[in-house]
Ligand binder design. Structure first.
Ligand SMILES: Cc1ncc(COP(=O)(O)O)c(C=O)c1O
Length: 404
């Protein structure tokens, strides 16, 4: 029953009857993947320049990751956080080495990682006996869909149906240092920011704004939370883009790329914050189980020891050159923004038709902030694969441009 073979039409009809309709899916049913390629139920091949929104970091069906997951599944998947297992400490140690933040709390998604950071920031001030409730967040931010993360997410479209959200959230425009400095006070528990705003349209923070965040923090004591769920763990060619900007966060949220497709997230915490957290303050049944940690350790092995991180800068510069020449050629493209393997093409109009036409030409990208085409390819992508994928995207631009 669980593996019945069905046609793509039957699959879609069954979902239409029984799956809560919160997503608008493209009418494609993927059945397998290999490296940067996905194959649909009719055997059509697509070059994946999105990696399941920044998750399939090692590409699809990566042999090392598949082996680690299979071996762990045959040994022990889950025991809960009531007991020790060999891998959680190893993973925390490796993340500490990359981030400089010595402690990790494990969860299962990006929104949970943000949620944990927000709770730990509140707890920090509570333990110090001077509770602070306010959080300063940025316009065009996206931090997730649970109530805390949604409260610091700017988009009214996501927020309005669920009001009231957390009180005491102040939004300031990104990259406007003066407005940030005016908004942060001794009532501010934390400032939360994505080093590159992903869902908001791939908008990097400027080093000057990062400096203002650090200045506001040192003047008021407000903690700094860097949400690196999308920009972290090699995506930009750096372990964490916050460090490249000059941010020194007290808390960092990670998710997406970490498990290569196995659900795992983490809040990385400074010792100063960790010292204010007690047993029982936070928890998760699944968080950091054996399977998730094995997958994440395999990803970090590839990223660091396997030389992936060292390569991403070079491949990213190649992507940049190709995108800039596409932008110069197609009047539809207003601007190419990003770094490493995180890019957005801002268009003069809705990006939906390009995404759809991309599928027709066998390339997967997505639309964010309405007029931005976003690219988050697997971190293992090579230069020839970039050329192939962007060649297909170029064909999609030509087709949409010709029809306009
Ligand atoms: C910066 C950022 N934070 C948090 C999230 C939420 O992650 P998840 O969908 O895994 O809950 C996302 C997801 O896109 C994100 O881009």
């Amino acid at each position: 029953m669980s593996m019945q073979t069905t046609t793509a039409d039957e699959i879609q009809a069954r979902e239409a009857r029984h799956v809560l309709q919160t997503y608008r899916r493209a009418p494609i049913t993927f059945v397998r993947g290999q490296g940067v390629r996905l194959y649909d139920a009719d055997g059509r091949e697509y070059l994946d320049l999105l990696s399941g929104i920044g998750v399939a970091s090692l590409g699809h069906a990566h042999p090392g990751l598949a082996r680690a997951i299979a071996e762990q599944a045959q040994t022990l998947i889950h025991t809960s956080n009531l007991f020790y297992h060999p891998f959680q400490g190893q993973l925390a140690e490796r993340l500490a080495g990359l981030s400089g933040l010595p402690r990790a709390f494990f969860c299962n998604s990006g929104t949970e990682a943000v949620e944990a950071c927000l709770k730990f920031a509140r707890r920090y001030w509570y333990t110090r006996g001077e509770p602070r409730a306010e959080i300063v967040a940025l316009e065009q931010s996206f931090h997730g869909r649970t109530f805390g993360a949604l409260s610091v997410t700017a988009d009214e479209h996501y927020r309005a149906p669920f009001a009231p959200l957390l009180a005491g959230i102040r939004f300031v425009p990104a990259n406007r240092p003066t407005e940030l400095l005016a908004a942060v006070s001794k009532a501010t528990a934390a400032i939360i920011a994505e080093p590159i705003q992903g869902e908001g349209g791939v908008r990097p923070l400027t080093p000057a704004f990062a400096a203002a965040i650090m200045e506001a923090s040192s003047k008021t004591g407000a903690l700094v939370i860097a949400d690196e769920v999308q920009s972290g763990l090699g995506r930009t060619g750096y372990p964490f883009y916050s460090a490249a900007l000059g941010l020194r966060p007290h808390l960092v949220s990670v998710g997406k790329a970490l498990g290569g497709g196995i659900a795992v997230g983490a809040a990385l915490v400074s010792q100063e914050v960790a010292d204010t957290i007690s047993v029982g303050d936070h928890g998760s049944t699944y968080g950091g189980n054996l399977l998730a940690c094995r997958a994440a350790l395999c990803f970090l092995d590839e990223l660091v020891d396997g030389g992936l991180l060292a390569r991403i800068g070079r491949v990213g510069r190649h992507v940049e050159q190709r995108l800039r020449s596409m932008a110069a050629k197609h009047p539809l493209i207003k601007e190419a923004r990003g770094t490493g393997l995180m890019w957005g093409l801002e268009l003069t109009r809705d990006a939906g038709p390009i995404v759809q036409e991309g599928l027709v030409h066998g390339v997967i990208v997505n639309r964010t902030a309405e007029n931005v085409v976003r690219l988050l390819p697997p971190l293992v992508i090579t230069e020839p694969e970039v050329d192939e994928g962007l060649g297909r995207l170029d064909a999609a631009f030509r087709a949409v441009g010709a029809a306009a």
